[in-house]
Design a protein around this ligand. Sequence first.
Ligand code: SF4
Length: 429
Amino acid sequence: MKVAFYTLGCKVNSYETEASIESFFAKGFEIVDFEDFSDIYIINTCMVTNMGERKSKKIIRRPYAINKEAIVIVMGCLSQLKAEEILAIDGVKIVLGTTNRDKILDYLNEYLEFKQILNKVEVLKNDEKFDNLFISDFKGHQRAFLKIQDGCNNFCSYCIIPYTRGRIRSKAKDIVLKEAKQLVESGHIEIVLTGIHTGGYGEDLEDYSFAQLLKDLETVEGLKRVRISSIEITELTDEVIEIIKNSKIIVNHIHIPLQGGNDKILKAMNRKYTTKEYKNFINKLRDNIKDLAVTTDIIVGFPGETDEDFLDAVQFIKEINFQELHVFPFSRRAGTVADKLNGQVNGVIKKARVHDLLELSEQLKKEHIQKQLNRLHLVIPEQMKDGLLQGHTRDYIKVCFKGDESLIGQEIPVMIKYIGENCNLAEMI
Ligand code: SF4
């Protein structure tokens, strides 16, 4: 049988789809492109924003137009909360949520035997175990995403994820290390540790922590780089900072969500720090980790955000001097606290503020790269594009340089020479 996959949303979803692809391939299914004719279509959905939800539904409707007999299987955050809505879409035969993705093949066999539409979404009881998913490769990517954690206990007022993913749960250390070894053997010398709340890894484990995991990953032979996909400022403990500082493989780039630009908004978001605490943490990080690049997430147009609040955010962002910003317009999510807050900001204002921050982000990025010109950087080429090798430095600058395709996947010393629009031109040294 032919099976096709489509992933929406975050790195965790990409990891989960990769694990599903491996389990289907191992059972002899032929993996085909999502646009092609297939017998089975599997869609991993997202609902972190209205856009994510709309796009997920659009993708779920596609297979029926290609093959009316197809078995459409839908999983992920959207189906966790909106299973009935999804089951009403033509072609959908099996729906599961954010648990039991390791049982998809069993559910498929059940459907093939009884031809009954299956709703396998489990109501989250906050005692979920970590899904038994495993990957040995990450096809089509040079950097492999390694899911180490699921769920979140934070309940930021704008976020629907704690309701779709449940409480924090961590993958056993031995499985993480075994997976990391396997990925290196498959040619991935860079691994991105990912999770719904990556820095929350270990909070549910006895006698083991995120810091210990970072230390243990140093022992994985051939692993050249470990990137932490995102970590809350509150989880950068002295122990974690010390390990990053002395590590040969953990990169000098950390993505630390800020989300709100002043204390009023941070409080309304139910974030666990003030701007002063955030700034002190960043200063401590920079005092300890050489050439540290910090990127962040920032939400604009949060309910009650005035022009003054926005100007505070711009000012604070400049003070922190991030390398780059990921900017998100506030998206109302039914079921969250922020959905019911007064002072919802209109779309035109939101759009203008997003535009201003994206411009600021470009400026900050260029200033950071300017300081890195003519300095030694190590790059792992990820692909050949427009005749040039393309990859990222340890501090996450995208560079392109002349070189042979055989260098893809290796760590190559370069010097960045020119700042470019899409890619910065470098020379191999
Ligand atoms: S930390 Fe906040 S924003 Fe992140 S997943 Fe948890 S609730 Fe959502």
